[in-house]
Design a protein around this ligand. Structure first.
Ligand SMILES: [Zn+2]
Ligand SMILES: [Zn+2]
Length: 370
């Protein structure tokens, strides 16, 4: 297993002070931040490495562990449950973007938490056929986007956010209650630790604007009604450098007048004549995706009998399992009117069979009622 040198990742010496490590981290995090490198997929990898290195080296205890045996941090036995999986945590980056640097550079204060953007849910109505075959569609999602004029800071262009004078940027105030101190969120800044002196005209100081974002969504083949498709990072913008929320697209699939969906199977009612049911026949039945499929009815097929056409249902959305089945339920059609000749033939048939089809039923109920 490859072992990355965390000190090299940050470009510092083994004996670097916590201050030097922090400075190096801030410089690199700014350089490789995904928001600033949308075109460069490698930047995100570097960003995660930098993030990871800082997480270890900024913590004296973890740093000591690393110095003693660096392998455990990138190897299979990594303490955080995975070698490459580093959760992108933006909490230390609140001051890197949007003119926060000059205020929050000072040490020894509590940094306000970054806020992840809200998840947004929209629904999309699909035609039966599109849901079955899959479709790429554009939808309008009402999301909060970072204001372009102030780049999300809420401060009028040319001005910056100021440290809140009420709480000295801590976001909380301590009130002396005699024997003990009570902490509460600062009212002046709403707990953010900073205030806007001149609000941005574009967003009235909120830093975000409601927009109808056009999003392209790929609906997989076999989509069901009520299915949730997650589009990562396409929800509302985060606050204070926080990551964006996700977009959830809920599918609404129009019902088909003929095919009734049950999970990945479809049920279809197919009429057959008395002669076909009695004699057996090869019949054509429609498929949900269009076209027909041949089905062999055995002689003596009973009304309501179900037959399975394997694989003629909906594709499985997840994985590459077998598609669902088409279930054919036959219904024997009884003629409503008979010609004189037909009547004669049927009467001859009845005479020929000379049977009492209810005999068994009556015998069973008669015995039970003794
Ligand atoms: Zn603005
Ligand atoms: Zn305040």
């Amino acid at each position: 297993m490859e072992t990355k040198d965390l000190y090299k990742v940050l470009g510092v010496d083994k004996g670097a002070s916590q201050d030097e490590i922090r400075r190096a981290y801030r410089k690199l995090a700014r350089k490789y931040h995904p928001d600033a490198n949308r075109e460069d997929p490698k930047a995100e990898e570097r960003f995660k490495d930098v993030q990871h290195a800082y997480e270890i080296l900024s913590n004296p205890e973890k740093r000591r562990e690393y110095d003693e045996g660096p392998r455990t941090f990138f190897g299979a036995g990594a303490s955080r449950g995975g070698a490459d999986r580093v959760d992108t945590n933006f909490s230390d980056l609140s001051d890197l973007f949007g003119n926060f640097g000059d205020i929050f550079g000072s040490a020894g204060r509590t940094q306000p938490q970054t806020t992840r953007g809200e998840d947004v849910t929209v629904s999309v109505t699909l035609k039966f056929k599109d849901a079955l075959e899959g479709v790429t569609t554009r939808i309008a999602a009402p999301v909060e986007e970072a204001c372009g004029q102030c780049r999300g800071t809420g401060a009028s262009p040319g001005t910056v956010r100021r440290m809140c004078p009420e709480c000295s940027g801590r976001g909380i105030r301590s009130r002396d209650q005699g024997f003990f101190a009570l902490s509460e969120p600062c009212r002046r800044c709403g707990g953010e630790g900073s205030i806007v002196e001149k609000p941005c005209a574009g967003c009235a100081g909120s830093g975000r604007l409601r927009k109808n974002r056009q999003v392209t969504v790929k609906v997989p083949a076999g989509a069901k009604d009520g299915m949730k498709i997650r589009v990562p990072g396409r929800g509302s913008a985060g606050r204070k450098g926080g990551p964006p929320g996700d977009l959830y697209v809920v599918t609404r699939v129009a019902e088909h007048p003929v095919f009734e969906r049950h999970e990945d199977d479809f049920l279809v009612d197919v009429p057959v004549s008395f002669a076909e049911a009695a004699l057996g026949a090869e019949i054509e039945v429609p498929k949900p995706g269009g076209g027909t499929v041949k089905l062999r009815l055995p002689a003596g097929t009973q009304d309501g009998k179900r037959f399975k056409v394997r694989g003629a249902g909906a594709p499985r959305v997840r994985g590459d399992g077998e598609p669902g089945d088409l279930v054919v339920r036959v219904g024997v059609v009884v003629p409503k009117k008979l010609t004189r000749r037909e009547r004669e033939i049927l009467e001859a048939l009845a005479e020929e069979r000379d049977e009492d089809v209810r005999e068994k039923l009556l015998r069973a109920t008669g015995e039970a009622g003794m």
